[in-house]
Design a protein around this ligand. Sequence first.
Ligand SMILES: N[C@@H](CCC(=O)N[C@@H](CS)C(=O)NCC(=O)O)C(=O)O
Length: 215
Amino acid sequence: MTAPILYCNRESGHSYKVALALRLMGVPYEQRPVDLNLPREQRSADFRAVSLFGEVPVYVDEDGLAVCQSNAILDYAARRYAKLDGRTPATRVRVREWLAWEANRLAMSFPHLRFSRRFTRADPVLEAWWAARMQSDFECLDRHLQGMPFLVGDAPTIADISCCGYLFWTGQADVDLAPWPAIIAWLERIRSLPGWSAPYDLLIASPPISAGTRT
Ligand SMILES: N[C@@H](CCC(=O)N[C@@H](CS)C(=O)NCC(=O)O)C(=O)O
């Protein structure tokens, strides 16, 4: 058995989700940065060998099993380490519903808007579409969090970790969270969890995103 490895990038909120979950679970592992400026076929051979889709994050566990896709990794880690999961079959189902929602909704709006505004500008029509979709996603999240400390009840789960992954970077996209106070309060609760660390404190240095890079 060897220490698990997380292939990641410092500007990737999907990588941050996994790094944060492992930190909160107390799982020791090694981070290996991936240069996202390079075409996929030029990325390191060890990364290409484990990355089914050519993207970060990829987690390689103690037994050498490689798991791709941030939410699949969160699901795997919650089961393997028996942490940050629902306590009953019904709540574990709720947790996975949020993972699927995040992948289809949240991950398709704000991360793209942030990448466009911070790194490589996309077509304004696309930006407008992401911004509109983000509004609707943030409204859904905010509505759900009103009167509920975490997405699935009283304790944090991988659902929270998945959905918060990019939201500590709203300032980078000039998005003000003021219209969504329940999200602000929820992020504050996540920040207060023992072991919480901000994205740039948790993820090791990677080659900076170059002008023109698209992900
Ligand atoms: N659905 C994937 C998305 C992963 C993703 O978009 N990764 C980006 C960085 S955040 C990436 O590796 N981009 C580089 C590339 O596609 O070549 C997940 O949840 O892990």
